[in-house]
Design a protein around this ligand. Structure first.
Ligand code: HEM
Length: 248
């Protein structure tokens, strides 16, 4: 017991993670911390897309931004590896937690609070796997360019920043994608599900990380749905603006 904190230091992240998987509390902390990392990524990703609007960047601004990201080299791969690790730990820790809860379910304890929490977490167990499938599809679509991506490879753009560099037309690919109503519906539904997942998820992670006390609890309970709604709206607005011709 006494040696716990000291022995964590040289053990390395993987060892700490392995140790956390030994208890329900540790698993919850893993789900919360990795969830927080994924939410932070989602906000940055969403904000990046808003540059598709002429006022915030348009074709030149968005393509410069996409090119900068693509040129990050080793840093880009490190970020990708980090995201993959966050996703894997989030999913595996959730599955372990579900398995643990199943084998230790309280019988005959059904206060209203328990029921509400249960409905919310049941919903997360449905929206989570669907989101995972969406993300795999999404990576095959826009990053690997292998599904629903006809002609994307050939779309190029010459930067007007004085470099005259010919880069992939990330803006053009987005516009081509979301001129298709079916793709727009798929993406808007997916980010809607992301909102449902996070409406409970964000509030719940605040709680797990001990950021709630009786004074702040109501505000933090509202913060979850509010942040989730902002994220969904920010993601959905670009495909919808393309479909309706606001972005062209
Ligand atoms: C309307 C919703 C979304 C749109 C239009 C969208 C668009 C894009 C585009 C265009 C790329 C490729 C960037 C490039 O040119 O390299 C991309 C990459 C990516 N997106 Fe999204 N995205 C959306 C939602 C999401 C969501 C909800 C997630 C997960 C939280 C997500 C996760 C990723 C990841 C992990 C990448 C790969 C980044 C990389 O290449 O390393 N996206 N997205």
């Amino acid at each position: 017991m006494e040696g716990d904190v000291v022995s964590v230091q040289p053990a390395g992240v993987a060892k700490v993670v392995a140790r956390l998987t030994q208890s329900s509390l540790g698993l919850k902390a893993l789900v919360a911390v990795t969830g927080l990392g994924l939410v932070a990524f989602a906000f940055v990703h969403m904000a990046g897309h808003l540059q598709m609007f002429a006022l915030l960047g348009g074709q030149e601004g968005y393509n410069q931004y996409a090119h900068k990201l693509q040129s990050l080299g080793a840093l880009k791969w490190a970020a990708r590896a980090g995201l993959l690790a966050l996703t894997l730990v989030h999913v595996i820790a959730t599955l372990k937690l579900i398995a643990r809860n199943r084998s230790a379910r309280p019988i005959g304890y059904a206060s209203n609070h328990w029921l509400t929490a249960s409905v919310a977490s049941q919903t997360m167990r449905v929206t989570g796997p669907i989101l995972l499938f969406f993300i795999i599809y999404h990576l095959l679509h826009f990053t690997a360019l292998v599904v629903s991506a006809q002609g994307y490879e050939a779309m190029e753009y010459m930067l007007r920043d004085g470099s005259n560099l010919v880069v992939g037309d990330a803006y053009g690919r987005m516009v081509q994608a979301f001129r298709d109503p079916l793709l727009t519906v798929v993406y808007v539904l997916a980010v809607g599900l992301l909102g449902v997942h996070l409406a409970h998820g964000i509030s719940s992670l605040f709680q797990t990380l001990g950021l709630t006390n009786s004074t702040y609890r109501p505000a933090l309970a509202t913060a979850g749905p509010l942040l989730a709604g902002l994220l969904t709206a920010g993601f959905a607005v670009v495909p919808l603006a393309i479909l309706t011709g606001v972005i062209q």
